[in-house]
Write a protein that binds this ligand. Structure first.
Ligand SMILES: *[C@@H]1O[C@H](CO)[C@@H](O)[C@H](O)[C@H]1NC(C)=O
Ligand SMILES: *[C@@H]1O[C@H](CO)[C@@H](O)[C@H](O)[C@H]1NC(C)=O
Ligand SMILES: *[C@@H]1O[C@H](CO)[C@@H](O)[C@H](O)[C@H]1NC(C)=O
Ligand SMILES: *[C@@H]1O[C@H](CO)[C@@H](O)[C@H](O)[C@H]1NC(C)=O
Length: 342
């Protein structure tokens, strides 16, 4: 699993396999030599039809769709009306059907300093047939606009599915809150969080850069009994004890992480190798939360045996041998038979 994430990105991993090996998370691949010039793009000029404001009073603008459920049988249609709320309805019909359905959505607005948004509509259409072309219509009378989409094929192990990805700001806080609630530890015994920037790192480089994220998210990790958190960013290896620092409220002086058996182990595994090299400078003395740290290249293996036991090993490989330099038995935070297990 090699990926590159933004500092503000998370992934919850559903650990179902027996072996989960972790590699460096910020080791980029090829860097394109293409340099974008500063001129406006000719491919999509500002007067192109996708940007044009549609004619007519209160005509729907910025019409777009998003996947509306996990199976692909739901679609969310969103649009903006500039002058008044207008209609919340979406009319839709399958390509080969005369029967028009309708769904009703919601409308909202927001203010940002002196800016007031238009009327933003979101309408979820559900129970769609798989692999079917649908037409849909928003707006009223002579300002109504028609578009189409095709639903993905039925979910299955060998179904090809192509989708586009566009990076936009996502409300990650709300996402993670919902995601944690969906986890059923009977089905997903091991709760593993992957993130870019570590909460606990005692290297000088990037020191405390994850702090604002930690303050917000760490209580959830403890509450939901996350087993382990893997982070990259810092090009070195480090493993924490099970600790938390959630009691601190700026004035109570409780600013030292304490032993907490409901807390995850934090592992910085940013040592897969990178052009920039290792970070070697460490804060001294080694903080008490830091169980092991070593500035070498290497990799980790998280070997899940069953719902209660997993073995983690970190292998230094700078010397050409896959030496196990650090290792630890993990006892699942949810299924552990004894509260005293590390
Ligand atoms: C829509 O119809 C109204 C009258 O019903 C008319 O005033 C208006 O110009 C029409 N708008 C467009 C875009 O055709
Ligand atoms: C909002 O404030 C900015 C800065 O003061 C100003 O340039 C802009 O015209 C204002 N916009 C509106 C819609 O009032
Ligand atoms: C969790 O999953 C198990 C096994 O599939 C199921 O029996 C149980 O009802 C689920 N619990 C919740 C709260 O959904
Ligand atoms: C889970 O794995 C551990 C380590 O291999 C083993 O000691 C333990 O007996 C296993 N538990 C069950 C229920 O099989």
């Amino acid at each position: 699993m090699v990926a590159r994430w933004d500092c503000a990105s998370f992934a919850l991993v559903i650990a179902v396999g027996l072996i989960f090996s972790v590699a460096e998370v910020c080791n980029g691949g090829k860097t394109s030599s293409f340099v974008r010039n500063d001129q406006l793009s000719h491919d999509m000029p500002l007067d192109s039809d996708v940007f044009r404001i549609p004619p007519g009073y209160n005509a729907p603008q910025q019409v777009h769709i998003t996947q509306g459920d996990h199976l692909g049988k739901g679609v969310i249609v969103s649009w903006v009306t500039p002058d008044e709320p207008g209609s919340n309805l979406v009319l839709y019909w399958a390509e080969n059907s005369e029967l028009k359905h309708q769904a009703e959505g919601i409308v909202l607005t927001y203010k940002y300093f002196n800016y007031t948004s238009g009327y933003i509509h979101h309408c979820t259409i559900t129970n769609l047939e798989s692999d079917t072309k649908y037409y849909y219509e928003v707006g009223i009378g002579n300002t109504s606009r028609e578009f189409w989409f095709r639903t993905p094929p039925e979910v299955g192990p060998d179904v090809p599915y192509t989708f586009g990805l566009i990076a936009i700001y996502t409300p990650q806080y709300k996402w993670l809150q919902k995601e944690f609630q969906k986890v059923n530890r009977t089905e997903t015994p091991w709760l593993i969080v992957l993130m870019h920037c570590p909460f606990y790192s005692s290297y000088v480089h990037h020191y405390m850069e994850g702090e604002s994220m930690r303050v917000i998210y760490e209580p959830w990790f403890v509450q939901h009994k996350v087993d382990v958190v893997f982070a990259g960013h810092v090009h070195a290896y480090e493993r924490s004890d099970r600790i938390s620092n959630i009691a601190y409220n700026v004035v109570n002086g409780l600013c030292t992480p304490i032993s907490d058996l409901s807390a995850p182990v934090y592992i910085t595994i940013g040592d897969g190798g990178n052009l920039e090299g290792l970070v070697t400078e460490m804060t001294e003395p080694q903080p008490s939360y830091s169980a092991f740290r070593e500035a070498s290249f290497g990799h980790g293996i998280f070997d899940i045996k069953n719902r209660t036991h997993a073995h983690f090993s970190w292998h230094r490989n700078q010397d050409g041998y896959a030496v196990e330099a650090d290792s630890l038995w993990f006892h699942n935070r949810y299924w552990s038979v004894s509260e005293d297990y590390i």
